[in-house]
Design a binder for this molecule. Structure first.
Ligand code: GLY
Length: 305
């Protein structure tokens, strides 16, 4: 349910039985989400959002949702208006520190494939998430072409949608695109032309792992302008790609210019090799205060045991 009025929101909260999540309904850079174990936490959260405006205008309206248990996965699909081709599943790592500790970020790393999306779940997600959404868009007269990103919670209740984005995901894309066996452009052209088929997307067997190198202090205030070394050496490793995010040129040097600075990605088979390859590249790169998680893809290894 969503509310602009504090009283109505509190009446609604008191009528619920399970744990709740309270969100600022506007965009709050991924920070406007409060997990509430007790009804009083939810009441405090709606007060903070609607009354104290801790998320500014993003908090003109609150959204109150059931608390979903499980593991998150991102599935990006190509859509040509009618046909849907789901890309390989990926998993983001939203918290700043290892073992999912600390505040949320824009994403500290990703891996693909994501074994939490089992073979049995693919047809369920196709029908219940993508086909249904496309049918509703069509019913509303909307011809959607491009990338449809579903952020899912996979848990005992089955796959549930947390969010849709009408764009590629970051850092998910850094692990999906390198796994393509063919060229992405014909698939994108087929989206435009309305001729998309499964044959447009083929996969390499290797897994991919992306580790984000972030500036000291991120996701809080951070310094900029730190010279980055080791980029060429890391890029020269086989099947390794150093994607630039918050960087800029300063004369002959490359310096930091954002919170998430680089997405250092490597392929490998099995997944453990991709993890080793990615961290081998990470360890060649340096800038003052560089921070990265050391447990990217560890969850996937636990699925394999
Ligand atoms: N990785 C989350 C996003 O792109 O929204």
């Amino acid at each position: 349910a969503s509310f602009t009025g504090l009283t109505e929101a509190i009446v609604y909260i008191r009528a619920q039985t399970g744990r709740l999540v309270v969100k600022a309904e506007g965009l709050a850079a991924g920070k406007g989400v409060i997990l509430c174990d007790h009804p009083e936490d939810a009441v405090a959260a709606v007060r903070d959002i609607l009354e104290a405006r801790v998320f500014g205008d993003a908090g003109r309206r609150v959204l109150i949702e059931e608390y979903l248990e499980g593991e998150e996965a991102s599935i990006l699909a190509l859509v040509d208006g009618t046909n849907v081709v789901m890309l390989a599943a990926a998993q983001d790592h939203k918290r700043i520190f290892d073992n999912d500790q600390g505040p949320n970020t824009g994403g500290m790393g990703a891996y693909s494939p994501a074994p939490v999306v089992t073979d049995a779940l693919w047809p369920v997600i196709r029908e219940q998430v993508f086909e249904r959404t496309l049918a509703e868009l069509r019913r509303r007269g909307i011809v959607y072409k491009g990338v449809l990103y579903a952020g899912l919670m996979i848990g005992p209740q089955g796959p549930k949608v947390l969010e849709f984005n009408c764009r590629f995901g970051d850092p998910e894309t850094q692990v999906i695109i390198p796994r393509l066996a063919g060229d992405l452009i014909p698939a994108l052209e087929a989206c435009v032309d309305g001729t998309l088929t499964e044959a447009h997307v083929r996969w390499r067997p290797e897994a991919a792992v992306c580790v984000v190198a972030a500036a000291a202090g991120y996701p809080g205030p951070y310094a900029k302008g730190q010279p980055i070394t080791g980029l060429e050496a890391a890029n020269a490793l086989p099947d390794t790609y150093v994607f630039h995010a918050g960087t800029k040129r300063d004369g002959n040097a490359v310096v930091t210019a954002g919170g998430r600075v680089l997405g250092i990605t490597a392929l490998g088979q099995p997944l453990a090799a991709a993890i080793r390859n990615a961290y081998r590249a990470v360890d060649l790169v340096h800038f003052e205060g560089m921070q990265c998680r050391r447990d990217i893809a560890a969850k996937a290894l636990r699925h394999q045991r």
